[in-house]
Ligand binder design. Structure first.
Ligand SMILES: [Zn+2]
Ligand SMILES: [Zn+2]
Length: 163
């Protein structure tokens, strides 16, 4: 395999993962997987959440891809590396910057880092399965637009009598 193909597989898989994470967060975690995700939306002082089980599942899947890649089919090794790279970025932003679960504490005051934190905090503006905004992790929509959308969703649910 050429170096360019290897790099393309790594970068491509990492980019694809943001789309996949958005989809999984919106349709699995806030869908049939809500039972595992719910405690991530509730205030608590536990070290681990049931929601962390998703990391175990996706992590095991990625480890399997890497092993299959090493043993039988080389491209999967680089796909696995790309997913791992995404996992590190995701964890740095989500568990580090937003939820402050790591020993380092950095609170971005400006720029894109701040926007990322604001966008995910707006995701946590709701504690229930429905009505949430901003499901991505590394690409953040404009927080101003998210606030408007959040208000719209709230009004719609109020009108439907579910609030
Ligand atoms: Zn969520
Ligand atoms: Zn979160």
């Amino acid at each position: 395999m050429s170096l360019w193909l290897k790099i393309s597989l790594i970068v491509g898989s990492a980019c694809f993962m943001e789309a996949f994470a958005w989809w999984a967060h919106k349709y699995i975690m806030h869908g049939w997987g809500w039972n595992w995700h719910a405690d991530h939306h509730e205030p608590h002082d536990k070290t681990f959440e049931k929601n962390d089980l998703f990391v175990v599942v996706f992590g095991s899947f990625t480890a399997a891809l890497i092993m299959i890649g090493i043993e039988w089919f080389e491209p999967l090794y680089y796909v696995g590396l790309g997913i791992t790279l995404y996992g590190i970025m995701y964890s740095f932003v989500h568990d580090g910057l937003v939820h402050q679960r790591y020993p380092f504490h950095w609170f971005p005051k400006r720029g894109y880092w701040k926007r990322l934190v604001q966008a995910h905090k707006l995701h946590h503006a709701t504690t229930c399965k429905e009505g949430a905004v901003s499901f991505g992790f590394v690409l953040a929509p404009d927080p101003q637009k998210l606030r408007v959308r959040l208000r719209e969703l709230k009004e719609r649910r109020r009108a439907a009598g579910s609030l």
